[in-house]
Design a protein around this ligand. Structure first.
Ligand code: SF4
Ligand code: SF4
Length: 359
């Protein structure tokens, strides 16, 4: 464990770039924190969130991680929203080359690390291996950060996915604040992380700093305002398929698909063929889909989920119930994005509780 200054953090970004990593992390764009290629971390940025609302604000300090999650997740780099799988060209089928670029994700929160581990189960679990996902995943370095604040939409503690970072990261930071100036308690989570710490030549962290880092996570956990009790939830939801609440939800839900687009674990996709009329090359492209679209459940003659009630039911019961049968855990890590980014403020924690109650 070491103690880093912001300059040490900047040096880490430089070192990763020097080692050939593409460094992906938080950046302010179009009024939101998004993940993109970065040279530096945003300073003093906070946010206000509630159901159907997201605004950035200045914090008046120099924190690098003083914001909560924005609309983008790291999923887009492991499972891109659109990618060619193969093409038909000159009479041959040509597979798209595997993407083996070295990626470093910086600023990964606990619930996002858990979401990456959920995607691991989906794309490289026992049943099915996605070679494209595996190629990206095996070259991934993760620099995670404990949450030192939460949004009112967060509920990661409900599934033990946060706010403290669990296993699976290479480095884990806790941001500590003294009179508006940040510093970092840093621990290694892997051999690679330990090498990076050794190379930094920073001071060893004192037991007092370790205690402060633990207190930051404890205080964040105590500050969480939302909860989604998990006990009995799977059976309750699967036993509520005819609940009248689905119809009430359909009267509010716009079937816009925002919730599935911002969710770090949603993985539905569709495939389209795109033809270049000049070269006659036909590209087979995978792109994200959503269970809120009519096309997603289309089979011969029409969609299985013809109405919004049925589509919302598919989303919620898969995410919180049948996902457990498929992948051994809930598909929700409590990040709260689907609550903030739902244009009508639908809150899955409240809906799940309403459905748990007998009609
Ligand atoms: S369902 Fe909502 S809260 Fe859960 S992981 Fe997806 S976006 Fe986050
Ligand atoms: S729940 Fe909200 S975000 Fe999701 S499809 Fe309905 S209106 Fe859109």
């Amino acid at each position: 464990m070491v103690h880093w200054s912001p300059a040490d953090l900047d040096a880490l970004l430089c070192q990763l770039r020097d080692e050939g990593f593409r460094v992906i992390g938080p950046s302010v764009r179009d009024g939101a924190i998004v993940y993109t290629d970065i040279d530096a971390l945003p300073v003093g940025v906070g946010d206000d969130q509630e159901a159907g609302r997201y605004r950035l604000r200045e914090r008046g300090d120099k924190t690098r991680f003083g914001y909560n999650l924005g609309p983008s997740s790291f999923k887009q780099y492991l499972f891109p929203s659109r990618e060619e799988l193969f093409a038909y060209a000159d009479g041959d089928i040509v597979p798209a080359p595997l993407d083996d670029e070295k990626l470093a994700f910086v600023g990964v929160r606990a619930c996002e690390l858990a979401a990456i581990q959920v995607l691991d189960r989906v794309f490289q679990g026992d049943g099915f291996k996605d070679r494209r996902y595996q190629a990206r995943r095996q070259n991934l370095l993760i620099v995670a950060v404990d949450c030192s604040q939460s949004a009112p939409t967060c509920f990661c503690a409900s599934s033990d996915d946060g706010p403290g970072v669990g296993e699976g990261a290479d480095l884990v930071l806790t941001e500590l604040l003294d009179d508006g100036e940040p510093s970092y308690y840093v621990r290694a989570g892997s051999e690679r992380g330990a090498e990076l710490l050794a190379a930094s030549e920073a001071d060893a962290a004192s037991p007092e700093l370790q205690g402060r880092a633990r207190a930051v996570v404890d205080e964040t956990r105590e500050g969480l305002e939302r909860l989604l009790p998990r006990e009995g939830l799977r059976d309750a939801l699967l036993g509520a398929l005819d609940h009248p609440h689905w119809q009430e939800l359909a009267e509010r839900c716009l079937a816009c698909g925002n919730c599935t687009q911002v969710c770090p674990t949603c993985f539905c996709s569709t495939a389209v063929e795109e033809t270049d009329p000049v070269s006659l090359r036909v590209s087979h492209v995978r792109q994200w889909d959503s269970c809120f679209t009519a096309g997603h459940s289309y089979v011969h003659g029409g969609p299985v989920h013809a109405g919004i009630a049925s589509r919302y039911r598919q989303w919620l019961t898969h995410k919180l119930a049948s996902w457990e049968d498929q992948f051994g855990r809930s598909g929700c890590t409590g990040c709260g994005r689907c609550i903030s980014w739902c244009p009508v403020g639908i809150d899955l924690t409240a809906e799940a509780e309403a459905l748990r109650r007998t009609p």
